[in-house]
Write a protein that binds this ligand. Structure first.
Ligand code: ZN
Length: 240
């Protein structure tokens, strides 16, 4: 009877609805671990250093989908802690702790979704590692989701006006780290970087939960073009 009650009242795994141990069931936890990058700091280099926890595929892709599209904001916590563990390995080599700037989503989308998943990830991450969070420093001015029909160049042009600095927000004195859920072509990240730099802030890099970069890890970062085959993986979702 006791074990039956434990089974009944144990929270369900958000990926498969089997009883969870912690946030996920043992099996899904293992599958998420399997997407983890063996060399997460491989692309931590100019012009925009990138660190990613895992590959945007399989179980990790499903977790991010649940966080983003199926109203599971609580999933930002374990993922934010994964980012925290990654950060604490010190692969960034930064002497000064950066301020953390999550990529914003358009206010309309935020209203519909109820939250910005990047901001929730950044909150959990900052709490875990003790970095300062600058949630509303960047503003999203245009919704860039409905752009699938555009070419990569057109999308980049549209993105150029997508972000602005919030004039009422206090400015971080330290350099800043951009944080987002997913990195694929890097178009969004580069645009955010440019806007922050134009405002006189130094961007140390971008930290993401998952990357769809086709050349990560394994191949040399200079062996492929920036867009390459990555667009393929993100078809039907927004451009990152
Ligand atoms: Zn599960």
């Amino acid at each position: 009877m006791r074990s039956l009650l434990a089974t009944v009242f144990r929270p369900a795994c958000p990926l498969c609805t089997r009883p969870a141990q912690g946030y996920f069931c043992v099996d899904c936890q293992r599958q998420i671990e399997a997407t983890r990058l063996p060399q997460p700091w491989q692309f931590w280099q100019e012009p925009l250093p990138l660190a990613a926890w895992g590959r945007y595929q399989d179980a990790l892709k499903r977790v991010l989908g649940a966080l983003k599209y199926h109203n599971r904001p609580e999933l930002a916590r374990p993922l934010g802690h994964h980012l925290g563990d990654l950060w604490l390995t010190g692969g960034h080599g930064l002497p000064q702790p950066p301020g953390v700037v999550p990529i914003p989503i358009h206010p309309e989308k935020r209203k519909t979704r109820g939250y910005n998943q990047a901001e929730l990830l950044a909150e959990a991450f900052c709490q875990y590692v003790g970095l300062k969070l600058y949630s509303n420093l960047l503003l999203r001015q245009t919704d860039t989701q409905a752009q699938h029909s555009l070419s990569a160049r057109e999308r980049e042009a549209n993105l150029a006006t997508a972000f602005a600095i919030n004039p009422h927000h206090r400015r971080p004195k330290a350099p800043v780290l951009i944080l987002d859920d997913i990195y694929t072509t890097g178009a969004t990240a580069r645009t955010a970087q440019a806007v922050l730099q134009q405002a006189g802030l130094r961007v140390v890099g971008i930290l993401v939960v998952a990357t769809g970069k086709a050349d990560m890890p394994g191949e040399s970062p200079v062996s492929k073009s920036k867009t390459g085959a990555n667009g393929q993986m993100m078809k039907g979702t927004s451009q990152h």
